[in-house]
Design a protein around this ligand. Structure first.
Ligand code: URA
Length: 322
């Protein structure tokens, strides 16, 4: 059994290094891990890979563990035991149901058209539409805000994140918390400011948890609802390059595929609707697991973006994180 747990740890570390920010662990799997007397270690593993505030202690995370489970086999033991031969597949978390806590149902997105007019007219229309969208608003707690993209409507570079967090839903602006401050520093290292680029998220609301602490990745249904709003922002801004920050953003933008790996996708331009797409690690990942190597990888991705956008790169910039 010790080997199984070691294999599990190795697999979780591998997934984390691939940029996977959450895995799903069902109650049964958690119970097996607990029975093994390794509760503390398993909590630590889950919290390490989970998408939770680093200040959250395992005890605070535990009540939320039901939203994390391994693969989808009901045979938990063989499921865990099979990790050695067949790596587990990280999935975006299951949907909460009304029985978990109050969550408004997510309908299919309704088609809409942008009005005629210039970029500002289209953007203002879209912003009003999103901020007044009843589905988005039904998922926002009292005093909190629906979050729409910000930035330069003529930006060459469009950064796309996952979902607002605690700070973003208070301020109603993407990437203003700790991860946002790091993104702002990355943008500054590129010789740009936030007003030179556009910053949006797949999600327009912070995915709810029963507690006010911690974040969870959005479900596929949640992302599918908000995606047309993100795509309309891309259409309006018409950037040369979209930068997807983290695997959740990638899964949202390109459609869910559990075989995708950050390590294989980052570093080269991909395509999204005929436009260049660069995939890189999420700033939250850098905050949690960042080492000089990952920082350099992100920086190489950003230099590739700068080259494509014809932004000059100094010799000093080329040496960052070496
Ligand atoms: N993480 C995101 O993906 N988006 C934000 O706006 C903030 C944190």
């Amino acid at each position: 059994m010790k080997e199984v747990l070691q294999a599990l740890e190795i697999e979780l570390k591998r997934l984390a290094s691939e940029g996977v920010e959450a895995v799903v662990v069902d109650d049964e799997s958690m119970a097996v891990l607990e029975r093994l007397g390794r509760k503390a270690q398993s909590d630590k593993l889950v919290s390490r890979i989970g998408h939770f505030e680093s200040s959250d202690s395992p005890e605070e995370i535990l009540p939320e563990v039901e939203e994390i489970k391994f693969a989808d086999s009901s045979d938990t033991k063989s499921n865990i035991a099979s990790i050695k031969e067949k790596p587990i597949t990280a999935r975006i978390v299951k949907n909460y149901t009304d029985t978990d806590f109050k969550i408004a149902p997510i309908p299919e997105p309704s088609p809409f058209e942008l009005p005629a007019g210039d970029k500002a007219a289209k953007w203002n229309f879209l912003r009003d539409k999103v901020l007044s969208d009843p589905v988005c608003n039904a998922h926002v707690k009292p005093q909190k805000k629906v979050v729409f993209g910000v930035g330069n409507l003529d930006a060459k570079i469009f950064f796309c994140g996952e979902a607002p967090g605690a700070d973003e839903e208070i301020q109603g602006e993407p990437f203003v918390g700790r991860a946002g401050q790091l993104l702002t520093k990355i943008i500054a290292a590129m010789g740009l400011s936030r007003s030179d680029v556009y910053i949006g998220n797949i999600m327009n609301w912070r995915p709810e948890l029963p507690t006010s602490k911690g974040n969870r990745p959005p479900t596929q249904e949640e992302m599918a609802y908000c995606l047309p709003y993100l795509k309309a922002q891309i259409e309006i801004v018409n950037p040369q390059i979209v930068v997807a920050l983290g695997m959740t953003a990638v899964q949202g933008l390109l459609g869910f595929d559990p075989t995708r790996r950050m390590g294989k996708m980052r570093g080269n331009f991909l395509d999204i609707d005929g436009r260049a797409l660069m995939v890189t690690y999420h700033p939250s990942y850098l905050l949690q697991y960042g080492n000089p190597k990952t920082k350099r990888l992100v920086w190489e991705d950003m230099m590739a973006v700068m080259e494509k956008a014809q932004i000059p790169i100094s010799e000093k910039q080329r040496r960052y994180f070496l």
